[in-house]
Design a protein. Structure first.
Length: 154
């Protein structure tokens, strides 16, 4: 939160225009997956879709400074997948580690995001790879759609 506050205040104090962009992409699995937050996840697979799951991004740019907040309808993020996703986002968009923030909405009706091809289920590994691509997409859309905002709008 400190970085975000400093980012916005720094933009206002130095009269730099603040560019803000938002995006949303569907991250609903297209196959049955093990759900997060249950015992024996390999034995509890999703049985359809009640509500779609989304990844949302809000990107900020002011001068050379950038920041992107990425929220996903997931229980949260394990360290290994976040590092995997961040590596690609850093490379594609030239962002530094402190310029990307991930968070989950904390739902137990979302897939476990694991990078293991066999546990909890092979579909979960496929889902993690698809999610990686969708996160690159949502961050790219947010930066591409950024437009100037007055400080009172931000």
């Amino acid at each position: 939160m400190y970085r975000f506050t400093a980012f916005v205040l720094g933009s206002a104090l130095y009269a730099q225009p603040l560019f803000v962009g938002v995006a949303r992409v569907d991250i609903t699995p297209d196959k049955p997956v093990a759900l997060m937050g249950y015992s024996n996840p390999e034995q509890r697979l999703s049985q359809g879709v009640h509500d779609l799951l989304y990844a949302r991004a809000i990107a900020f740019r002011s001068g050379a400074k950038r920041l992107v907040l990425v929220s996903c309808d997931l229980s949260g993020f394990q360290t290994a997948p976040v590092l995997h996703f961040q590596k690609d986002i850093f490379a594609k968009f030239g962002l530094a580690e402190d310029e990307v923030v991930f968070c989950g909405t904390h739902t137990h009706s979302a897939p476990m995001v694991f990078l293991n091809p066999t546990y909890p289920h092979p579909n979960n590994f496929e889902y993690a790879e698809r999610l990686r691509a969708r996160l690159l997409e949502v961050v790219g859309q947010a930066f591409a759609g950024a437009s100037a905002r007055r400080s009172e709008q931000a």
